[in-house]
Write a protein that binds this ligand. Structure first.
Ligand SMILES: Cc1cc2nc3c(=O)[nH]c(=O)nc-3n(C[C@H](O)[C@H](O)[C@H](O)COP(=O)(O)OP(=O)(O)OC[C@H]3O[C@@H](n4cnc5c(N)ncnc54)[C@H](O)[C@@H]3O)c2cc1C
Length: 387
């Protein structure tokens, strides 16, 4: 059993890390650290640069313009970006792209895959509705065939990134009489389509998500992904890819390394047994999660589908995230609660405040599939317990 990266992936990761830390990238990195929220003008500039320099495609097959390397390269890429608090277009690069490779039409592959690899286009996901969150199959936004078009009507909530994306990967109901999982389809909708309105939805962790309204929005039939009414299967494929890609561990390790540096520089009283013991436990937890993450990444790289393992990792890593940030705040005392821009704010190396990270930390308890439902998956798929 080998708990490390193969030598070529480790080499790629070290080289990519040096590239991100280079003088050439310094200004783009600085702009991204200054950008509020996750994505935006600075993120787009960074993604185009990474795309142009060939870093987006290393783990994609050669037939789609990628480097044809193992998917472990993608894991290394995500880790180095996350460790520096740099945005990754997870939805576009790690989920929509691979789903299109499997089920997209030739025309869609030609239209989107190359541009994704060059960092030129971005997708947002339009699944959730006011009355369809965890129970996503209850979604009501409809698409009705009219000649060579679909006509879309309805409302979505939490269409994150729609205000800077180019397309929405939209889940719609195309057969209202079929059982609820069997009447759903996926359409690719340009963000500037007539009748599509985007309104901001401020989120606790900073930045914004969106509410999106569809009033007689027309898209050609060629916007349909895969087959009509088989959308549920495509949604679950896309979410499986997403769950594997949204691990918080790289970001937590960055904060942990910064915290240890602070204590090495500022000192730590020998009587402070709680802090010492907690730091040791954090180190152990982070290392366990890194091994679990590598296992999931290796399974994906070997063509296995880690349904149960990805759910285990998602639940453990994201619940650890909330506990971890809370304990880091206790160690830093009042400084941890000071907002960015105010004197005394505790900033880690990427100038992120602990206060903001605390507000962000609950998001992935439900983002990418709520942990309660992940527990169901662990019980039924993993442990074979009855439903
Ligand atoms: C910041 C943010 C960004 C988001 N971005 C996107 C996006 O880009 N695109 C998109 O489509 N959606 C997005 N979402 C929506 C997200 O996927 C939903 O919030 C999530 O699916 C939960 O749905 P809900 O909010 O309606 O909660 P509900 O479904 O109402 O759930 C509320 C609570 O009940 C629990 N619960 C519900 N059903 C069950 C069950 N059967 N068993 C056990 N427990 C259950 C849930 O776990 C949760 O704790 C985003 C949400 C947030 C907060």
């Amino acid at each position: 059993m080998d708990f490390t990266y193969p030598a070529d992936v480790a080499e790629f990761r070290a080289e990519f890390g040096r590239y991100l830390d280079s003088e050439e990238m310094a200004e783009l990195v600085r702009q991204n650290h200054a950008e509020d929220g996750w994505g935006g003008v600075a993120a787009k500039a960074l993604w185009r640069k990474l795309g142009a320099d060939g870093y987006f495609g290393t783990g994609w097959p050669e037939e789609y313009g990628g480097g044809g390397k193992s998917l472990l390269y993608l894991h290394g890429f995500n880790y180095e970006m996350g460790y520096r608090r740099l945005p990754v277009p997870v939805v576009t690069l790690n989920t929509v792209g691979p789903t299109l490779m499997r089920i997209g039409s030739e025309e869609q592959k030609q239209a989107y895959l190359r541009k994704i690899l060059l960092g030129e286009i971005e997708f947002s996901i339009g699944y959730t509705e006011p009355e369809a969150g965890t129970d996503l199959a209850a979604l009501q936004t409809s698409a009705v065939r009219d000649g060579d078009d679909y006509v879309i009507n309805g409302q979505k909530v939490f269409t994150s990134g729609a205000h800077h994306a180019d397309y929405v990967w939209l889940a719609v109901r195309t057969d209202k009489d079929a059982p609820k999982h069997k009447g759903i389809s996926i359409l690719i909708v340009p963000i500037d389509a007539d009748g599509l309105e985007i309104r901001p939805l401020t989120i606790m962790g900073g930045g914004r998500s969106n509410i999106t309204y569809y009033s007689d929005v027309r898209v050609p039939v060629s916007a349909l992904v895969g087959e009509e009414n088989r959308g549920w299967q495509y949604i679950t494929t896309q979410l499986d890819f997403e769950r594997v890609a949204i691990s918080p561990i790289a970001q937590l390790e960055r904060v942990f390394d910064w915290l240890c540096e602070r204590f090495r520089e500022d000192g730590l009283p020998s009587t402070d047994a709680w802090t010492r013991a907690t730091l040791a436990r954090m180190a152990a937890d982070i290392n366990v999660l890194k091994v679990m993450e590598l296992k999931v990444a290796s399974m994906v790289a070997n063509g296995e589908v880690p349904v149960y393992e990805a759910s285990l990792l998602k639940v453990l890593s994201n619940e650890f995230r909330v506990t971890f940030i809370g304990e880091v705040l206790q160690m830093r005392g009042a400084a941890g609660l000071v907002q960015k821009g105010f004197p005394g704010a505790a900033l880690d190396r990427s100038e992120d405040t602990l206060e903001k990270q605390l507000r962000e930390s609950p998001i992935t308890l439900f983002g990418g599939g709520s942990n309660d439902v992940q527990r169901d998956i662990i019980a039924t798929h993993g442990l074979g317990l009855p439903r």
